[in-house]
Design a protein around this ligand. Structure first.
Ligand SMILES: [Fe+2]
Length: 188
């Protein structure tokens, strides 16, 4: 029987060489760098898992369902952001906090753009492009509401690691190294 863990690990392996929408690294390199940053930054296992899987909506799901893709395929009607589609895929399997961090990783970018003037300037061109597709910079009211969430710090941490996880040629742990963690959470 193929489990969700197998399905995700397989998708990550198959899309390993594919570029991460307009960035200098592949989807897999990006995921592995993000997970490493969480682990080296003392993120707990849930946060490490969220970092590894935060972009599953970009490669483990039919992109017709995704509205903020940088691919040339056209989004179908009813398509939503890759963060929402990804969080829904993971939702039945992972702790609520993991799925929430995945769901809000675009909102965390919109939040940081609203609260840190330099943040927007540091975003990659591709990330600035998708910012528009994801609703743009948060209004002060939206940012204040977002800031009250009990997992705000996790969402912001994931977002910063996400932004840093785009270094061409960086050495990381392999997907094999992460497979036991993925299986522990998603093989039930
Ligand atoms: Fe990402």
């Amino acid at each position: 029987m193929t489990t969700m863990a197998d399905r995700l690990l397989d998708a990550m392996t198959r899309f390993a060489a594919r570029r991460y929408g307009g960035e200098a690294v592949s989807e897999l390199e990006h995921a592995l760098q993000c997970a490493d940053l969480a682990r080296d930054g003392n993120g707990d296992e849930e946060l490490q898992l969220a970092c590894l899987l935060h972009d599953v909506g970009r490669y483990a799901v039919d992109q017709v369902l995704v509205s903020d893709t940088t691919e040339l395929t056209r989004a179908g009607t009813g398509a939503r952001g890759h963060h929402e589609v990804g969080a829904e895929l993971l939702g039945p399997w992972v702790p609520e906090r993991v799925a929430w961090c995945v769901r809000v990783h675009a909102d965390a970018k919109r939040y940081l753009c609203a609260t840190e003037p330099e943040y927007l300037d540091r975003l990659s061109a591709a990330s600035r492009h998708t910012l528009r597709l994801q609703g743009g910079v948060m209004s002060p009211g939206e940012a204040a509401r977002f800031a009250e969430h009990r997992w705000l710090r996790d969402a912001v941490a994931l977002r910063r690691w996400d932004d840093q996880a785009k270094v061409a040629g960086k050495t990381t742990r392999s997907l094999e190294d992460w497979a036991p963690l993925v299986r522990r959470f998603l093989q039930r």
